[in-house]
Unconditional design. Structure first.
Lengths: 311, 278
């Protein structure tokens, strides 16, 4: 059980040894974004730019244009808040820039609303060619970081401050643009009353909800969407074919993120299955992560209710 | 790669020819930015023919010098110089802003080999240039990076973030050139949002600053020494220029920032410029 930002820090260290082109850039948050270990081991490949994120995007793009593999890091909200350089220097220029937004969502807890990136997926999904990844646990986060480093093009990695439960078995292999099922009742039913789509910080809650539902003889499975762009539309079509409803749960604004991606895919496939979306409907606030997940409707009891509710 | 030293007269003649191309391109496109293209063309011509280490046949050469036109709206000037240097046939200039043309309304590196960064959203080029300069430093390469910004563009906050950062890293391989033509869409820069005293500001940020007449080739030569000696600091060249330079009715006229001449206006401009060819 680890925060995905911790897994990122470890993977970055590993990459530093494997690939001399890897460079890490910070905007005064290296202790929080977990680039500090890399910075200590490879000081000549660490660039501290101070509290100036838009410049960091441009500097990262320039490094990428000269063959480096730069990872620019800050809180998700502070990075994606600089959307214009991300639009031009990263996406339009198709630079090989790795954009790492940590401290995503309500899950950061007591720092409160101004530090919570809740709009970043929506913004980044709208940039052509931008890959948007949100790993759900340590194993997946490490693989996603290594994948991002090997991929030629801009990638946005959305990571958590809080620790996440392990939802993947040791043999798991991350695949770009593929959802994976992380929980199903045994024996597997042919038909589900609900398929729950979750991503990042909400996957653990979704699994808890599915376990609770199973105990109540209600058939539910959990699908993890680690890639938000390009989105796995086929996974939605397949889930819709065997489910009475789809439920989405995300630590992000209700608009523009996972719930929207699932609705778009369901509508495009012409499946007549209702989609119940759970996500933030307001700005965040201070509190403990579990309190916030509960208050904003992302915790297991809310997911259970979304599966059982009469539509 | 051009290393031959051209005479001042040759440069002036070539500049006049390129100014004619700029006018004709924008006329043909029916839109574009003549004012800021005419103000920067002398510097672009000098850099591409006398200073930059580059090869039109090898636009991806890793050791080339990099020039970023951050004030991307002046790309007619850049395209004219690139065609002059052989990056593409001069006949292509007339496709500016047309559907499918590599000569986009603002520079696009993925459509036109030789463009170092796609720009046009102001304020970003110096940061990108700094990243390139840092990569050169890390790799112990001796290529140089030049970023050309407009003076109006200096109002963007990101520019000052980059200006603050470069001296920290002692990127002596980075030069920022400010095309100080005192014009922007809504009026004169010193009235819209003054940058004064710009040289003092840049120097206080840790830059090696030089202010020159951006249309005087002897002055331009002095600002871009051929010997590539580093001064231990990033360099800033404030080029005092005239918006619309070379066309009497465009000079210092804010209205010509982003307006295409019609046939009659273009003919008149070309007739004036043609006098500089002989």
């Amino acid at each position: 059980m680890k925060a995905t930002r911790e897994a990122f820090g470890e993977a970055l260290l590993e990459l530093g040894e494997k690939n001399p082109a890897v460079v890490a850039l910070d905007a005064d948050l290296s202790k929080s974004t977990m680039t500090l270990a890399f910075a200590k081991k490879y000081p000549e490949r660490h660039i501290e730019l101070g509290i100036a994120e838009q410049n960091m995007v441009g500097v990262g793009a320039g490094l990428a244009l000269c063959g480096k593999v730069p990872f620019i890091t800050s809180f998700a909200c502070f990075l994606v808040g600089r959307l214009e350089p991300l639009r031009i220097a990263a996406a339009y220029n198709k630079t090989n820039l790795k954009i790492v937004g940590t401290h995503a969502g309500l899950g950061i807890g007591d720092d409160g609303a101004s530090q919570m990136g809740l709009e970043d997926i929506a913004a980044m999904r709208a940039l052509p060619g931008m890959v948007v990844l949100q790993p759900a646990d340590e194993l997946e986060a490490k693989q996603a970081v290594l994948w991002a480093a090997a991929h030629d093009g801009p990638v946005y990695l959305r990571l958590t401050r809080q620790k996440l439960v392990d939802c993947h078995k040791p043999g798991y292999q991350f695949q770009l643009g593929r959802c994976d099922r992380v929980w199903a009742p045994q024996p597997e039913p042919k038909h589900y009353q609900a398929t729950i789509f979750a991503s990042g910080g909400t996957v653990g809650e979704a699994i808890k909800a599915a376990q609770d539902l199973t105990a109540r003889k209600f058939a539910a499975q959990v699908v993890n969407a680690a890639t938000l762009a390009p989105f796995d539309e086929e996974a939605v079509r397949q889930a819709a074919a065997v489910s009475e409803r789809l439920v989405t749960v995300e630590d992000h604004n209700i608009n523009g993120g996972l719930g929207s991606a699932v609705c778009e895919a369901a509508a495009a496939a012409g499946v007549g299955v209702p989609v119940v979306r759970l996500g933030a409907r307001s700005f965040g606030e201070s509190g403990m992560p579990d309190e916030l997940y509960d208050k904003h409707g992302l915790s297991a009891p809310h997911i259970v209710e979304a599966c059982l509710r009469n539509l | 790669m051009t290393t031959a030293t051209a005479t001042k007269t040759d440069l002036k003649k070539t500049a006049a020819q390129l100014r004619i191309s700029i006018i004709r391109m924008i006329e043909a496109a029916g839109s574009g930015h003549p004012g800021g293209s005419l103000s920067i063309i002398d510097i672009l011509l000098y850099l591409y023919t006398q200073v930059l280490r580059h090869d039109a046949k090898k636009p991806a050469w890793p050791d080339r010098d990099r020039l970023i036109l951050s004030k991307g709206h002046a790309c007619p000037a850049l395209y004219a110089v690139m065609a002059h240097c052989g990056y593409f046939p001069e006949s292509e200039l007339m496709t500016l802003r047309k559907l499918g043309s590599p000569l986009q309304g603002h520079p696009d590196r993925l459509r036109l080999p030789g463009i170092e960064a796609s720009t046009g959203s102001l304020g970003q080029g110096l940061s990108i240039g700094l990243g390139m300069a840092l990569a050169g430093q890390m790799d112990k390469k001796d290529y140089r990076v030049y970023a050309i910004l407009g003076d109006g563009e200096m109002q963007e906050g990101q520019v000052w973030e980059a200006l603050m950062a470069a001296p920290k890293f002692k990127t002596a391989n980075l030069t920022v050139i400010i095309d100080s033509n005192n014009g922007q869409i809504d009026g004169h820069v010193n009235e819209i949002m003054s940058l004064d005293p710009l040289a003092d500001k840049l120097a206080s940020f840790g830059w090696d600053v030089k202010a020159i007449d951006g249309h005087d080739f002897a002055a331009i030569a002095g600002a871009f020494p051929a010997d590539r000696t580093a001064v231990g600091k990033p360099r800033a060249v404030i080029a005092h220029t005239i918006k619309g330079k070379g066309v009497s009715f465009m000079e210092n006229q804010i209205g010509w920032h982003g307006k295409a001449p019609n046939k009659e206006e273009a003919d008149k401009a070309v007739a004036e410029l043609a006098k500089g060819l002989s």
